[in-house]
Design a protein around this ligand. Sequence first.
Ligand code: HBI
Ligand code: FE
Length: 297
Amino acid sequence: MNDNTPRRVEHQQTDKGYVPVYTTGIVEQQWDNYTATEHSTWATLFKRQWELLQDRACPEFLEGVQTLGMTPDKIPRFADLNKQLREATDWKLVAVEGLLPELVFFDHLAKRRFPVTWWIRRPDQLDYIAEPDLFHDLLGHVPLLMNPVFADYMQHYGLGGVKASGVGDQALIQLSRLYWYTVEFGLIRSKAGLRIYGSGILSSKGESIYSLDSAAPNRFGFDLERIMRTRYRIDTFQKSYFVIDSFEQLFESTVPDFRPIYAGIKDQPEFPAGDVQDGDNVIQRGSGEGWTSEGDF
Ligand code: HBI
Ligand code: FE
């Protein structure tokens, strides 16, 4: 056991009873085993998003892709990306099979390791896949880890997760909403207008267009407590987006101790994904067109 051991882990039944399984979930990327089809899936998805994102993604993302040297030719080798990441922000990618137990995931982030799913989606899943794959993890999450302020936010988020797991399940749900509405589906104001920084949008053709252009969703100014009380969609485009002014604003939101916030909102009602409340910082009120009422997570 070393200092990479998470504090609370899964248990497994053995002939000695239930024993903790200490696992980081880390595997090898095994780059040589990718098939021509898999490289070609990367190429298709990368070209399509790169073109679409030129005037939609925030400048920090576009710069990150270029400095990392990601190209459509081949699925990137994590070891190559790690050289650039190490120099820029001292983050490191580790290959994993997929979703990790929450605390294991938080523990990686807290140590500036980002878990990247090693496998890529099948050719019939180009437009939608329910779980994170290599394309979502690499193109969606990794370029912004080259930005020092965003990189620090991600580490602090992980540290907050480790702490929240000692507070209780409600705190973990509230914290996961922060991840969802920032890291996965966040929008940011830039000099050139509204831009995307959330990985779930950056890796989706449909939502890259919808999140900025559609009149259907609400767009609110960033509000930590509001986010922590807001449910979200996992299998449709979002009904609400939260817009930050800068990555500094995002980082500063994770500096305070969240415990008084968890305590303060513990007995307050949560909000449906698409609702607008009195006192909301509304940038654009959604038309709600095309929404289904059921299905908030
Ligand atoms: N594991 N590999 C991986 N990637 C994630 O984004 C991830 C995870 N485990 C848990 C998790 N996300 C969620 O709990 C977030 O809300 C933090
Ligand atoms: Fe993600």
